[in-house]
Design a protein around this ligand. Structure first.
Ligand code: NAD
Length: 494
């Protein structure tokens, strides 16, 4: 990556955006738009259409027609594979442009976004392209006079609702497996991070995806998202976002056609450091990057540090020094390690958590303030709060910002009890040099992923899914195919 190229791209004008329906860029029926605000400096970058039920219904009917005509679903697997490969190549060829566009829209530091967004999305699309012709049905073990067949079929029309923290990566986790098996898709990006996803989906058409197979509707959750979730003709809804919205989607499904709803929700990741670890410096760096990269707006963020009491003061000192040395600021500067929060609303939410922490009299050992207010952007200092009791809201609620709570423990049993003392169960981490303890912790912690002696970075070969109120279903790996397929059996008398 080259700073000059980034600086050129960051000043490019962004034209008003359109919906992408039936392969065409069109305005919303009502003509309404939403402003796109850059979290870097609060400037207005562009507009997106505010699609309502009329637009969503159109997109869903176009998706249904494309599916029923078999424009994509009935293409030979090798042909679908080639289109997806070509799409992945185009995403890579446009990676810097996509990354800069996305960062201008959502504020993630480019040093992280470049790999985590376009490059990760391209790898995901390629993974599912490679896998799509390795999916087989089954022949059941029946008596000789009958034949029992189990077919795996695409579900039809998939609705996908995407959050703002990693739009391309998470978008590809849904679109990749859904398209690979022949479904048609209607995608709704977050209203505060639509630009790069619109561009990535336009590239799919350049790669040869038939019109109507992948459609994008933009707008607010309350209008556009709700219309998609209440559609009578969406078969499966795949969502990543907050538990608050996840609950609404289940209601919308019940109020409409009982569509299957898959929820990838938030986390409150316990990151556990035992005194027996000989890699405490590495652990400290992992704890700091595990909560402060992307300003803490990461579903698998390790937002609760649980540290063994014997090493608490030494370890907290290490992470404090690392946090204070972090370069916070312009996310399009390659040297920046922590960028902006996504929106002014989210800035207010994170600051209100910090105010609550102060009013509870908790010990903020570094940070605790808005940063760079003169920039016009939405920044918060990396914040560490020591000796947080499990009853505190900071221990329990997902802040989704750069705020780390520290809680000491004495024994392994206490660490497990604290780790599991949460309604959420997405990700966790354990640092120990005791192999038996590592395995015991993996078995005991109720999260979808347990990292051992590392944090984050699990690639597409392993699934990601929440336990408890962090959701259901799996993104990534071959297991993601399950969400976008139906099983059908044939029972044939011979
Ligand atoms: P959000 O729930 O506010 O919004 C997510 C999406 O839902 C957006 O596109 C939004 O427009 C839409 N939406 C909002 N209200 C809606 C409604 N009534 N009907 C239909 N759609 C609606 O989440 P966010 O703030 O964009 O993202 C942050 C959340 O996402 C955090 O909780 C984070 O942990 C979670 N997340 C989870 C994962 C995971 O893999 N489990 C990954 C990333 C983010």
């Amino acid at each position: 990556m080259d700073q000059c190229a980034i600086d050129t791209l960051r000043h490019e004008a962004i034209s008003p955006q359109s919906l992408l329906i039936d392969g065409r860029n069109i305005p919303s029926v009502n003509g309404e738009t939403l402003a796109v605000i850059s979290p870097i400096d609060g400037s207005v970058l562009s507009t997106i259409p505010q699609a309502d039920t009329a637009d969503v219904d159109l997109a869903v009917s176009v998706a249904r027609k494309s599916f029923e005509k078999g424009l994509w679903a009935k293409q030979a697997p090798a042909a679908r594979k080639n289109v997806l490969y070509k799409w992945a190549d185009l995403i890579e060829a446009n990676a810097l442009e996509l990354a800069v566009l996305g960062v201008r829209d959502n504020g993630t530091e480019i040093s992280m976004a470049y790999k985590a967004e376009p490059l990760s999305a391209a790898a995901t699309i390629r993974y599912y392209a490679e896998a799509l012709d390795k999916v087989y049905g089954d022949i059941a073990n029946t008596p000789g006079d009958v034949l029992g067949l189990v077919h795996t079929e695409p579900v039809g029309v998939v609705g996908a609702i995407i959050p703002w923290n990693f739009p391309l990566m998470i978008g590809a986790w849904k679109i990749g497996p859904a398209l690979a098996l022949g479904n048609s898709v209607v995608l709704k990006p977050s209203e505060t991070a639509s630009l790069s996803l619109i561009k990535m989906c336009q590239l799919a058409h350049e790669a040869g995806l038939p019109e109507g197979v992948l459609n994008v509707v933009t707008g607010s959750g309350a209008v556009t998202g709700k219309a998609l979730a209440q559609s009578m003709d969406v078969d499966v809804l795949a969502f990543t976002g907050s538990g608050f919205v996840g609950r609404k989607l289940l209601e919308y499904s019940a109020q409409s056609n009982l569509k299957r709803v898959y929820l990838e929700l938030g986390g409150k990741g316990p990151h556990i450091v035992f005194a027996d670890s000989e890699k405490l410096e590495e652990a400290a760096r992992a704890v700091v990057s595990g909560i402060f990269r992307n300003a803490g707006q990461v579903c698998v963020a390790g937002s609760r540090l649980l540290v063994q009491k014997d090493i608490q003061s030494e370890f907290v000192q290490r992470i404090r020094e690392l946090a204070e040395a972090m370069k916070l600021g312009d996310p399009l500067d390659l040297k920046t390690q922590m960028g902006a929060l996504n929106s002014s609303d989210h800035l207010s939410k994170v600051l209100s958590y910090i105010e609550r922490t102060k009013s509870e009299g908790l010990e903020i050992i570094t940070g605790g303030n808005q940063a760079l207010p003169q920039s016009g952007g939405f920044y918060v200092e990396p914040t560490i709060v020591n000796n947080v009791a499990p009853q505190s809201s900071l221990f329990r609620d997902e802040v989704f910002g750069p705020v780390l709570s520290v809680t000491p423990f004495e024994s392994e049993e206490e660490a497990i009890a604290l780790a599991n003392d949460s309604d959420l169960g997405l990700a966790s981490g354990v640092w120990t040099d005791n192999l038996s303890r590592a395995h015991r912790m993996v078995a005991a912690i109720r999260t979808g992923v347990v990292h051992v002696n590392t944090y984050g970075g699990a690639d597409g070969t392993v699934p990601l899914g929440g336990h408890k109120q962090s959701g259901n279903g799996q993104d990534k790996s071959l297991l993601a195919f399950d969400k976008f397929t139906n099983k059908k059996t044939a029972w044939i008398k011979l």
